[in-house]
Ligand binder design. Sequence first.
Ligand SMILES: Nc1ncnc2c1ncn2[C@@H]1O[C@H](COP(=O)(O)OP(=O)(O)O)[C@@H](O)[C@H]1O
Ligand SMILES: [Mg+2]
Length: 365
Amino acid sequence: MILKSISYTNIRNLQNTVLIPSENITVFTGENAQGKTNILEGIHICCTGRSHRTSKDNEVIKIGKEMAYLDIQCQKRDGIHRVEIALKNQNRKAISINGYPAKRLGELMGQINCVMFSPEDLSLITSGPQYRRKFIDIALSQINPKYFYALQNYQKVIAQRNNLLKSLSTSNKNIDTLSVWDEQLCDYGSQIYILRKEFIENINKKCSQIHSHISGGRENLSILFMSNIKGSTAGEAYEVFLNLLKKNHAVDIRRQITQIGIHRDDIKLMLDDIDVRTQGSQGQKRTTALSLKFSEIEIMKEYSGELPVLLLDDVFSELDKNRRKWLLKYIKDIQTFITCVDIESTALQNEENIKIVKVVEGKLQ
Ligand SMILES: Nc1ncnc2c1ncn2[C@@H]1O[C@H](COP(=O)(O)OP(=O)(O)O)[C@@H](O)[C@H]1O
Ligand SMILES: [Mg+2]
């Protein structure tokens, strides 16, 4: 897919503007705090419905304004798709797709797909499991709206179940309803489990090829799915999950929180027999994060038949010469948006079909 135009109104410090990007590479250069990342953030919001750096819409709205507005036109194989998003200070965001208002956020998923690389990606490797789940959730939601709905519902049900657990720690009233929440949790949880399992098996295959390329054949990356749940069908996973929940009722009530479920899932990243998270070098961690992200691109292409757009925030200049060369070859057919402090640091200035935009105090030049 190719973004044809992106219109920004009241987005953070950006001056209201319509950006016409290159079909290949657009580079945004400028000092710190000028608005480069804000440009990528706007694209990310149109793809996933949310910012990559905050869950609060009102942080994205220009200070002093009530509303912000994004409007993207995207060329896909079946024609032009248009996504408009209005972020509001007091209200929920309004989304419109090809001119029609969307009733649910899920309708946005898969319209425009992006993969974002940012310096924070390292936390994908080094930090807690929630970062790895977020990676899986963002990728799978964009590929499969069913996953997104199941996840939304799972989160609602678990919140209700946890509320009940709190009340059960003081009174046995309503204990019968616990099994109702159990069944709902298992219903959504088993769907999520199966989709994650498939996704991780797939990403494992892709990652090991890509990692071998990036590391010059020196390292073998494999990814293991770690979950309390087991099963090769949703039905099996449902039974396993339900039994575990039942067995754990007393503990759950004592701790007032649901201990077991897909909200505890994680992935283990292994370079041969080294656990990258705990034993990998800084360089190995970086390369592993890159491999994961590139696999995400491959999987998106496989599911939707379209290449996502690539957003590289401050990461290009960090790469060494060989990795940069590899990356440039790789992104030849992918529309890419790059931010950096100065173009010289990227050695991109002599590339063909490149559009360079200077960003000064929110103005695109
Ligand atoms: N809601 C907002 N309204 C106005 N300006 C904002 C808002 N949020 C952040 N900013 C400003 O945006 C700038 C940061 O933009 P950013 O894209 O992160 O910079 P960089 O060019 O370093 O990537 C800062 O000057 C910050 O004060
Ligand atoms: Mg930035």
